[in-house]
Design a protein around this ligand. Structure first.
Ligand SMILES: *Cc1c(COP(=O)(O)O)cnc(C)c1O
Length: 333
């Protein structure tokens, strides 16, 4: 089976397992796990922020990050197919009392005119106050689309002008960096708080981080414990993350090349495939997915007429080429 359903499906490599086995550990709820501390410091430095906080999942990282910017009864503005709006099962409402209004952006990107028209920080007792804007880069459901750094800088300049704050869902910020060469610190610079995942294309089995100011991270440490996310000797997991940062970032370029190959096989313009995700609209989505599975290629629907393929560490060139042959034939090409 060639499994293209998600880049979360990667299994730790032998070298990663060895790094995990060697990890020095301590009780992280006491702040005494040296490997977790090293990972947090490393990731904060990479993004040019003061501090970072290790979380079990990207969803928890996003919930904590947004809650740091938006109080109960306030709203965050985001894109209509953002992960925080569609794929976190309403966590921001259920746990944080945060509501959302959305714009629909070309390829999931920020639309400054739309954001300006939604933005309502203080309309007295009549309307929900806007406390922050959230952007996602790369954008999952928009097919791994990269938002150019210039667009993010324009949004940051606007946000500074009106005095609002920005959250960046950077679950796949690594892919955006590899696709564009934009330094991580430039992405860090546009965000008040960001969330990044180690368990997607980077290939760690578990783990994400929230990144931002030290006082905010100290506050979120308490919230994380409240949510049941206080973990103990998780240096074994942080070691996987450190290994991934060392060895699995630059290789994402291979995943991007494989995604373009698969996109072409499905009749898409490879120029429209920015990173490791291919999204294709098909009226026969469910049937297409079932037919591919029969031929040894697992892909998934992410909407009634939307099929998604994701390349990753466990899909090498030969597997990508084999999948491309199968998908091209099934697509009737
Ligand atoms: C995967 C993902 C997350 C976090 O997901 P978890 O499964 O909770 O780790 C957040 N944002 C985006 C864009 C994602 O793709």
């Amino acid at each position: 089976m060639i499994d293209l359903r998600s880049d979360t499906l990667t299994r730790p490599t032998e070298a990663m397992r060895a790094a995990m086995a060697r990890a020095e550990v301590g009780d992280d709820v006491y702040g005494e796990d040296p490997t977790v501390l090293e990972l947090q410091e490393r990731v904060a430095a990479v993004f040019g922020h003061e501090a970072a906080l290790f979380t079990p999942t990207g969803s928890m990282a996003n919930v904590l990050a947004v809650a740091a910017l938006v109080r109960p009864g306030q709203e965050v503005l985001c894109e209509s197919s953002a992960h925080i709006a569609r794929a976190e099962l309403g966590a921001h409402g259920a746990f944080s009392g945060v509501t959302m209004r959305t714009w629909t952006g070309d390829r999931g990107r920020p639309d400054l005119a739309a954001i300006e028209s939604l933005f309502a920080p203080d309309m007295g007792p009549f309307f929900v106050p806007t406390a922050a804007v959230s952007v996602e880069n790369t954008h999952n459901f928009a097919g791994g689309a990269v938002t150019p750094i210039e667009m993010l800088r324009d949004l940051r300049a606007w946000a500074d002008g009106v005095g609002t704050r920005l959250h960046l869902d950077g679950a796949r910020i690594w892919n955006a960096h590899v696709a564009t060469g934009t330094p991580f610190a430039d992405y860090g610079h546009i965000a008040d708080v960001l969330a990044v995942c180690l368990s997607k294309g980077l290939g760690a089995p578990v783990g994400s981080l929230v990144v931002g100011p030290a006082d905010v991270m100290a506050e979120l440490r308490v919230s994380r414990k409240r949510m049941g996310g206080g973990m103990r000797q998780v240096g074994v997991l942080a070691a996987a993350g450190l290994h991934a940062l060392e060895h699995h970032v630059e290789r994402l370029a291979d995943d991007h090349a494989h995604a373009r190959l698969l996109g072409e096989a499905l009749g898409l313009d490879p120029a429209g495939i920015d990173s490791n995700i291919v999204v294709v609209e098909r009226s026969d989505a469910a049937r297409f997915v079932a037919a591919a599975a029969e031929e040894g290629v697992r892909i998934a629907t992410v909407g009634p007429r939307t099929v998604r393929l994701v390349t990753h560490l466990d899909v090498d060139r030969a597997a990508a080429e084999k999948a491309a042959v199968v998908l091209s034939r099934l697509a009737g090409r």
